[in-house]
Design a protein around this ligand. Structure first.
Ligand SMILES: Cc1cc2nc3c(=O)[nH]c(=O)nc-3n(C[C@H](O)[C@H](O)[C@H](O)COP(=O)(O)O)c2cc1C
Length: 485
């Protein structure tokens, strides 16, 4: 493994509406009416690409947030938007979100394969299981399936998607004009999957993606979520409110990799980082205060009620958060990791309801700080050097300035310290993250190309039996498709 001296941090930008701070859209300079325009995101993404960032992440859900009265929307359909962004950029990775609870693996395999082809190797899938009942009501008319059931389905879903991506060998397209042969059918294999949730014959109706398989991103923080990540994710986003918490999460998830037959470098952990940047500390703090002055407490109460799945308006704003009561019912069927994070934060710092609302308004529990570019770079360096992060999921609290200030002021600071690349050295997202390109596992072939990681146990593969039917030669991670918990 490369040492900390020779390695560099990875930076993803997580764009949301007018910025992650919930009041950002109310400030002059924000462009809330443009959040449904591709040109707005393209402008932001070109800024991020100028800063040589690894990737862009767009979150998604399939329901209107109940807080729409107060919060700027972010719901352009991700594949439509990412395809448009792919055409206006050339290097930066494009991470889209798709739910394993409310999609079908054939569709998702095809969507990400298409995005990978369109972007020439820059696609990644943020694998989510969905966290709110509103989505369930839009798809099945029912509430969300139970937490464990969602993760079991997700495991099978990901296995099917990966096998579909691998259903074309890299050499399947011949485009041989002379012989009049476009593709070699002997190199295209059905997958014949029959499992608990899906029956998919395959093959995919699209050649293997340029990256072999688009990169897999995930963000669950519950026990089931972490087990899933250790087996299947290549990049993990996580919300941590302090370095100590980030270190504990990092050690926990990384320590699970060996059991899944994976090396430490095969999974990158990127905590969220929400910087409010000023040329002086006073300027940064004043900007933070200005954002906070525009917070609407009604919205904050709604936000907490959604997360805690209880009517939090019954608790007075200046009374302590009812942490004991919340802790007793922490096994909610939604966003378990975030629930625990808020309860821990409120308990540790003895917060009132009002204080919890303010503390989580910038970044919903992700680490947030206001400071100069050097102070921000110091903090990022500390987390990175002290085993809390392989890089960061940078969450500009206000747009567009929060991103351009990061790129023009913080990135050069990181570059001058040798902590971040000064130019792209690869063209694909896998190359930016130092992740190997998976081989389409033919019988006897396993492992990965490029970065020389031997025998990647994470590679699914198919091979023909004598009759030409595809059989699994290697199942994902722990083997034999066994569920994560
Ligand atoms: C940075 C970050 C981004 C996320 N993006 C999405 C998203 O776009 N859509 C979604 O449904 N869930 C999203 N989630 C939620 C996670 O995918 C996951 O469902 C959640 O953390 C609950 O999992 P857990 O119960 O294992 O903690 C995100 C979480 C984090 C920390």
């Amino acid at each position: 493994m490369a040492s900390r001296q020779t390695r560099q941090m990875h930076l993803n930008v997580f764009l949301m509406g007018a910025g992650h701070h919930e009041a950002a859209w109310r400030l002059p300079g924000s462009r809330p009416l443009e959040v449904t325009r591709a040109s707005y995101y393209l402008e932001l993404l070109r800024t991020a690409e100028r800063g040589k960032l690894d990737s862009l992440f767009l979150a998604d859900s399939y329901a209107l947030p109940p807080t729409i009265q107060y919060k700027v929307l972010q719901s352009l359909e991700p594949f439509t938007l990412l395809s448009a962004l792919a055409m206006g950029t050339s290097r930066i990775g494009l991470i889209g979100t798709a739910s394993t609870t409310y999609s079908h693996p054939y569709h998702v395999a095809r969507q990400f394969a298409s995005l990978d082809h369109i972007s020439e190797g820059r696609a990644a899938w943020n694998i989510v299981t969905s966290t709110n009942d509103a989505t369930g009501y839009n798809f099945t008319g029912e509430r969300l399936p139970e937490h464990g059931e969602r993760y079991r389905r997700a495991e099978e879903f990901v296995e099917v998607v990966r096998r579909l991506w691998d259903s074309w060998e890299d050499e399947a397209v011949l485009a041989d004009r002379e012989r009049g042969i476009y593709a070699d059918p002997a190199r295209i294999h059905p997958i014949h999957h029959r499992g608990e949730s899906f029956a998919v014959r395959g093959p995919l109706n699209l050649p293997r993606p340029p990256q072999g398989q688009p990169v897999r991103v995930q963000a669950g923080a519950s026990e089931a979520g972490k087990a899933f990540a250790a087996r299947l994710a290549e990049v993990v986003f996580t919300a941590q409110s302090s370095l100590a918490d980030a270190q504990a999460f990092y050690t926990d998830v990384k320590s699970r990799l060996a059991q899944a037959g994976r090396t430490q470098d095969e999974l990158k952990i990127l905590p969220g980082f929400c910087p409010i940047i000023g040329d002086t500390e006073a300027e940064a703090k004043e900007r933070e205060q200005e954002l906070h002055r525009h917070i609407q407490l009604d919205y904050g109460v709604q936000r907490l009620s959604n997360l805690f799945q209880a009517d939090m308006s019954v608790y007075p704003l200046d009374e302590p958060v009812p942490v004991d009561w919340l802790a007793e019912r922490a096994e909610v069927n939604g966003h378990r990791g975030r629930y625990a994070l808020y309860v821990d934060l409120a308990r540790r710092e003895r917060l009132t309801m009002r204080e919890l609302i303010l503390r989580t308004a910038s970044s919903r529990g992700h680490f947030a700080m206001a400071g100069t570019p050097a102070q921000i770079a110091d903090e990022m360096e500390r987390w990175w050097r002290q085993g809390g992060a392989d890089g960061f999921n940078v969450m500009p609290p206000y747009l567009p300035d929060g991103l351009s200030d990061f790129v023009d002021k913080v990135v050069p600071e990181l570059q001058s310290r040798g902590l971040f690349r000064s130019d792209y050295t690869g063209t694909t997202l896998r190359e930016h993250y130092g992740l190997a390109r998976p081989l389409a596992g033919r019988a006897g072939a396993s492992g990965v190309e490029g970065r020389g990681v031997a025998g990647a146990a994470g590679d699914a593969g198919v091979a023909d039996d004598a009759q030409g039917a595809a059989v699994t030669v290697r199942s994902i991670g722990r083997g034999e498709g066994e569920p994560a918990r």
